[in-house]
Design a protein around this ligand. Sequence first.
Ligand code: NAD
Length: 297
Amino acid sequence: MVAEIIDGKLFSRKLRDQVAEHVTVLKKEHKVTPGLAVVLVGEDPASQVYVRSKGKQTIEAGMNSYEHKLNEDTSEADLLELVNRLNGDDEVHGILVQLPLPKHINEDAVINSIDPAKDVDGFHISNVGLLATGQKSMVPCTPLGCLLMLKGFHGTLAGMDAVIIGRSNIVGKPMAQLLLNESCTVTVTHSRTKNLEEVVGRADIIIAAVGRAEMVKGDWIKSGATLIDVGINRVEGSDGSKRLVGDVQFSSCSQVAGAITPVPGGVGPMTIACLLVNTLVACCRKYKLIEPDIISN
Ligand code: NAD
């Protein structure tokens, strides 16, 4: 294997330690404990796992965790009322509504009902606009995690050619804004992109956020490129066993790339660590306290 592994578990452990240290200081010197409220509607098994993991890590970082589990048939009005209550709750500094929501609920309406200062997912239109104009905002957790790993590995990213595969609101688009803010030359590709392999082949940095198992192959990429694999796909092996793979074919890409994130153990752990960072940042901003020097945006 040629590529260096960018170890998301290691990066995220360091990040969580930094958050925990900062929380200890906040509690001791300012008598403030950051609090994160997570709202889950319905029984989606993957969402239940994420919410459990978020709650556990929030507590491990010394913060308060408030979980609100609502039935699948909860009305949009009831969900909006809960969000409104959490907006006014002084103990709650961050609010995360786990997506996807059941089909009868308008996700945009719910996201945009969250107080932007408590929007730790960074999906509120105010935060999207602030990020797009290079202003202080809440930055979506998954792209932020990717960026922190890239900067941790490379230092400066200025001038690098970055190709993002996927244009979703939660990964592809904010990732593009973050990399533009780092002075990369950014190309966003998607399901209608022509000659995808050729475009990907020019990249110094490739962010794969598609949701198609092992789509990016070793012969697509330039020698020495850095690959950040956001995809999480559950596939069945020939023996019937299930395993997780990314959007990047690790076996072939790791022979050509300069650096690569594994799945699992890459972007996933960083996403939750960044949620803790955002909750801490939201709390510091509320009381006008010094923010952790973890993110520059
Ligand atoms: P999405 O379905 O909202 O978007 C997928 C994007 O991929 C779309 O923009 C689409 O145009 C593009 N696409 C689809 N087929 C393509 C093709 N053949 N060629 C090029 N582009 C194509 O997905 P998402 O929410 O952005 O998530 C993407 C993946 O990342 C999923 O596997 C998801 O599970 C994973 N994910 C992981 C984390 C994490 O913490 N690791 C967080 C969010 C999402």
